[in-house]
Design a protein around this ligand. Structure first.
Ligand SMILES: Nc1ncnc2c1ncn2[C@@H]1O[C@H](COP(=O)(O)OP(=O)(O)OP(=O)(O)O)[C@@H](O)[C@H]1O
Length: 224
């Protein structure tokens, strides 16, 4: 694969005696959307968390954009997460006391990013179709709208890789379909999207579906 942004080689992970990932190898092409599916407990979230440096692999190597993230120290991990990674989770983790604008602004404030916040947030809200909700309190939004705020919050830092863990887990099928299309669209803007999902329907919208069983890849409907 020429245009590869992630190279996972022989990654293993155990929790206690349980082998959760077992010498897993996977290359992911830039600006594509890959779905990771598989039964409960097959290691999907663990794989995503290792890619996001929320967990550490016991063995193996992961090259992301040419750097070995398994060898990163604390400072490099922070830089990597800030510069490269956006996270979208099933449980939205929005701050209920803040309005939509402030929720999306949080990553810019944390990074002390001086660029024009208002313009960027307005652009981002327009991209996710929520311009009219800019000053709404997040608890007044529907589940689909809240997830769109999360996507805007994840994208505001212009990550190269968007890691999504069951982003539609709390949504009905119409909202799920809209969210998956929105995620897919980000591949046109220079973002590589990796989504963990139980839903075959949601996975079908991606370029590639990788299926795990007991921490190994058992099916790879690659780059259709
Ligand atoms: N921090 C942890 N400590 C101990 N065991 C863990 C930990 N995280 C995950 N596990 C175990 O590792 C296995 C794989 O978990 P993981 O969350 O990666 O699976 P999954 O495929 O994402 O499952 P699901 O679809 O149910 O979310 C599970 O048996 C889980 O209980």
């Amino acid at each position: 694969m020429n245009n590869c942004i992630i190279r996972i080689k022989d990654i293993s992970k155990r929790f206690g005696k349980q082998q959760v990932l077992d010498k897993l190898t996977l290359d992911i092409e830039k600006n594509t959307m890959t779905s990771i599916t598989g039964a409960s407990g097959s290691g999907k979230t663990t794989l995503l968390n290792i890619l996001g440096t929320l967990e550490k692999a016991d063995e193996g190597q992961i090259m992301v954009d040419g750097s070995d993230i398994t060898g990163f120290d604390k400072k490099a991990v922070c830089e990597y997460r800030n510069r490269m990674i956006g996270f979208v989770f099933q449980a939205f983790y929005l701050e209920p006391a803040f309005d939509v604008y402030r929720n999306i602004e949080v990553p810019l404030l944390i990074r002390n990013d001086k660029e024009d916040h208002k313009r960027r947030i307005e652009e981002m809200l327009s991209a996710v179709g929520l311009e009219s909700k800019i000053h709404a309190k997040v608890h007044n939004l529907s589940g689909g709208e809240q997830q769109r705020v999360c996507i805007a919050r994840a994208l505001i830092s212009k990550p190269k890789i968007l890691l999504c863990d069951e982003p539609c887990g709390n949504l009905d099928s119409v909202n799920s379909s809209n969210i998956v299309k929105l995620l897919r669209k980000q591949t046109e803007n220079g973002t590589t999207v990796i989504m963990v999902t139980h839903s075959h329907e949601d996975a079908e919208c991606s370029d590639r579906i990788v299926t795990l069983c007991d921490g190994r890849i058992v099916d790879d409907e690659g780059m259709r």
